[in-house]
Unconditional design. Structure first.
Lengths: 362, 266
C-alpha cells in the first residue's frame, strides 16, 4: 500500500526560530496516525503544514503522490477539525455542514442530502435547522467533524479536537472517532498532547520533541520499547534505575541494577543504537509487583519499603524505595479482595522480571 | 455611603440639567430664555421649517456626515482587521498614531489642518470638512470595529479556506457577515460625531456652513434663540435615536458571534 502522505526533510523557520527540524514521515492510506508531544514541540505546525496554512522553508510534501508545494490550502484534499471547532456562528448547522459542498457543483437537493447524511453519521440527525451558536461543546465537535467528512477528504486533520471537552465526553468521543474512522476509511491525523488519548486511538504514533520526531511506532511498541528516556518519561509512568554493566555473553549482557541486583538482558531487548554500556534502565510500574504474605515467588525478588501510596479504587500506586537505593520507584498493583492495601513504612518484598527492563538508545 | 449618593445625584443633575432645559425652553412661549415659563407653544418648531439657510446647512451636514462616516468606517475596517489579525513591525506606534486624534485637542487639529490645506492651495469646501471629520471619526470607528474583529475566532477564516473558499471568499462570506453589526454601529456613531462637530467644521468650512456652524452664527440674534433651542431639541432626539440603534447593532453582533461583551459606548 502506498503512502497517502509523504514528508521528507521538512524544515520550518519562523525568523530565527526553528520550528520543524527535518521531518520525515510516511502515512499509509486508512491509518489513524497521531502526532504526540508537549506544547511547543511543533506538532500543530506540522499539521498546519499538511493542511497548507503554513508554508515550509525546506522539504517536500506529497499528498497521494502529488507535490503540494504550489497547492494552496483551499485546493488540497485535506480537511481539518479545528481545536476551537470554528463553527460559523451566523449559519445554521445544516449550512455549516454544506459550506464546503457549494464549491462541488452539486444540486441543492444533493447538497441537502449529503449534509443530512453527514449529520446522521455523527449522531446529529435532524439538527440541520438549528442555530450553530446554540450548540454545546460536544455537538460543535460533531458538526465540525460532519462538515469536514462530508467533503470526503483523502486525509482528515484533527487539531487537539477533544481538549475542550470534559473527561466523560472526551472518552465517549474517543471511541466514536475511532469507530467513525473505521467506518469511512479515511486517513486521520490527530494532534494531541495527551499520551493516553494517543495510545487509545492510534494505529501509529509519532512522538515529537523540539521540532523533531523522537520515535515513531505503534502504541504497544512505543509503550514497551521507548527509544529514549524522554519518550519513556512522556508516555505513561516509568521508573529509572542506575545500571552498571558487569559482563557480556553471546546473547546477553549482564548488569548490576540499582536496588534490584544482577540482571541478564537479552541482546534483542536493546533498541538499535543503544549503547552496550547503558547506565540507566527503565521499568514500568506494572513490571514490578509487591509480594504479599504467603504469595509464592516466580521471579527475582528485592527488599523494599513503602514510602507513599495513592489509592485509585481499582488500583493502588505504591511509591517504594528498594534496599540499597534511594531512588523512589512506582509500583502499580491491582486491588483484589484478597490483597491488603499496605501502609506507609511497611517493609515488603517486590518481584520483578528482567525481560521487562527497558534499555534506551543513546 | 450617603455622601457618595448625593455626589452622584449632584453630578448627574449638573451634567444633564442644561440639556433638559433645551426642550423646556423650545416649547416656551417667549423670546427671552428665562423663568418663569410663559406658556406652551410649538411656534419655534414651525419657524424652523421656513428658514432656507438652515435647510442648506442641514443638507450640507448630512452630506458631510454620510461621506465622513463611510470613509472612516472603511478605514476602520482595514485598521481593525490589521491590528487584530496580523503582527507587523511598529504595530503599537502605528496604532497609537491612528488613535491619537481621539485625545488631541480639536482646535489644534483644526488649526493645523487649516494651515496645511492653505499651504497646499486647497480651497475650503465641504470636502475639506470631510477630510477633517474622517480624521477624528476614524479612531472611534476603529475602537468599535476592533471589538467586533477581536471577538472572532481566528480559525473561522482558516476553516472557510479549508472548506474550499478563497481568502476573499472567506472574508466576504464569514468575516463580513459577522462584523456587519459592528460596521453599522461604527457608521452611525461616526455619522453622529460628524453631524454635531463644530470646531473643525468652523475652521475648514467654505461658503456653505454645517448645521452646528449655522447654529453658532444664529446665536448673535436674540430673537432666533428660541428656534435654535427647538433645533437643539430635535438634534438631541436624533442623536439619541442614532446612538441607541448603533448600540443595538453592536450588542447584536456580540451575541451572534457568542463573544463576551467588553466595552462599548452605552
Amino acid at each position: 500500500m502506498s503512502s497517502i502522505i509523504s514528508l521528507s526533510g521538512i524544515q520550518k523557520y519562523y525568523g530565527d526560530y526553528h520550528a520543524l527540524r527535518g521531518i520525515d514521515l510516511e502515512i499509509k492510506q486508512g491509518e489513524f496516525f497521531s502526532l504526540l508531544g508537549p506544547s511547543g514541540c511543533g506538532k500543530t505546525t506540522l499539521l498546519r503544514v499538511i493542511a497548507g496554512f503554513e508554508g515550509v522553508s525546506e522539504g517536500v510534501l506529497l499528498l497521494d503522490g502529488a507535490d503540494m508545494a504550489r497547492v494552496p490550502a483551499n485546493k488540497r484534499p485535506t480537511n481539518m477539525v479545528f481545536q476551537s471547532y470554528a463553527i460559523f456562528p451566523h449559519l445554521t448547522v445544516g449550512q455549516n455542514v454544506a459550506f464546503g459542498l457549494r464549491k462541488k457543483g452539486l444540486s441543492k437537493d444533493d447538497m441537502a442530502k449529503a449534509a443530512a447524511e453527514a449529520l446522521e453519521m455523527v449522531g446529529l440527525a435532524g439538527y440541520g435547522d438549528r442555530a450553530a451558536h446554540a450548540l454545546s461543546g460536544g455537538q460543535r465537535q460533531r458538526v465540525a467533524l460532519a462538515r469536514a467528512l462530508v467533503l470526503k477528504p483523502k486525509v482528515l486533520l484533527l487539531d487537539e479536537p477533544l481538549s475542550a471537552l470534559d473527561k466523560k465526553m472526551r472518552e465517549q468521543m474517543q471511541s466514536e472517532l475511532r469507530r467513525l474512522q473505521r467506518q469511512v476509511g479515511i486517513t486521520f491525523i490527530l494532534v494531541t498532547h495527551d499520551q493516553e488519548e494517543a495510545l487509545i486511538m492510534s494505529d501509529r504514533i509519532a512522538v515529537m520533541f523540539e521540532g523533531e520526531i523522537a520515535q515513531m511506532a505503534s502504541p504497544q511498541e512505543l509503550y514497551r520499547r521507548p527509544a529514549t528516556r524522554r519518550v519513556g518519561e512522556f508516555i505513561g509512568v516509568m521508573n529509572f534505575l542506575e545500571a552498571k554493566q558487569t559482563g557480556t555473553s553471546e546473547k546477553t549482557i549482564s548488569f548490576d541494577v540499582e536496588g534490584l541486583g544482577a540482571a541478564e538482558i537479552g541482546i534483542d531487548q536493546f533498541p538499535e543504537g543503544a549503547r552496550a554500556s547503558a547506565d540507566v534502565v527503565g521499568l514500568r510500574p506494572e513490571a514490578l509487583s509487591i509480594l504479599f504474605e504467603g504469595q509464592k515467588t516466580s521471579g527475582r525478588v528485592a527488599d523494599a519499603t513503602v514510602q507513599d501510596l495513592a489509592y485509585y479504587g481499582d488500583m493502588t500506586y505504591y511509591e517504594v524505595t528498594l534496599e540499597g537505593s534511594s531512588t523512589p520507584v512506582t509500583i502499580s498493583m491491582k486491588n483484589l479482595i484478597s490483597r491488603p492495601v499496605l501502609e506507609r513504612g511497611t517493609k515488603t518484598r517486590v518481584q520483578w522480571d528482567e525481560r521487562s527492563l527497558v534499555i534506551f538508545a543513546a | 455611603m450617603n455622601w457618595l449618593r448625593v455626589y452622584a445625584i449632584v453630578y448627574l443633575v449638573f451634567l444633564y440639567l442644561p440639556v433638559l432645559l433645551l426642550p423646556v425652553f423650545s416649547f416656551n412661549d417667549a423670546t427671552v430664555i428665562a423663568f418663569p415659563l410663559q406658556g406652551f407653544t410649538t411656534q419655534w418648531f414651525k419657524e424652523l421649517a421656513g428658514i432656507s439657510a438652515l435647510h442648506g446647512a442641514l443638507k450640507n451636514s448630512l452630506f458631510i456626515g454620510i461621506v465622513s462616516a463611510t470613509l472612516s468606517t472603511i478605514l476602520g475596517i482595514c485598521a481593525a482587521r490589521a491590528s487584530t489579525r496580523y503582527r507587523f513591525p511598529f504595530k503599537a506606534p502605528i496604532m497609537g498614531a491612528i488613535m491619537l486624534p481621539l485625545v488631541l485637542p480639536e482646535i489644534i487639529v483644526a488649526v493645523s489642518l487649516l494651515v496645511v490645506l492653505m499651504q497646499l492651495g486647497f480651497s475650503l469646501t465641504s470636502w475639506t470638512v470631510i477630510m477633517g471629520h474622517t480624521l477624528i471619526c476614524t479612531p472611534f470607528a476603529i475602537a468599535i470595529l476592533s471589538s467586533s474583529f477581536q471577538g472572532l475566532d481566528q480559525s473561522l477564516e482558516e476553516a472557510a479556506v479549508d472548506l474550499g473558499e478563497t481568502r476573499w471568499g472567506a472574508f466576504s462570506k464569514i468575516i463580513l457577515p459577522l462584523v456587519t453589526p459592528g460596521i453599522v454601529a461604527s457608521f452611525l456613531i461616526a455619522f453622529t460625531i460628524s453631524m454635531d462637530e463644530f470646531i473643525i467644521a468652523f475652521f475648514l468650512t467654505g461658503a456653505d456652513p454645517t448645521l452646528p456652524v449655522y447654529i453658532w452664527s444664529q446665536l448673535r440674534f436674540p430673537k432666533r434663540l428660541p428656534s435654535v433651542m427647538a433645533l437643539g431639541t430635535l438634534l438631541i432626539v436624533a442623536s439619541l435615536v442614532l446612538l441607541s440603534v448603533a448600540e443595538y447593532f453592536r450588542r447584536r453582533g456580540i451575541r451572534r458571534t457568542g463573544a463576551k461583551d467588553s466595552g462599548g459606548f452605552l
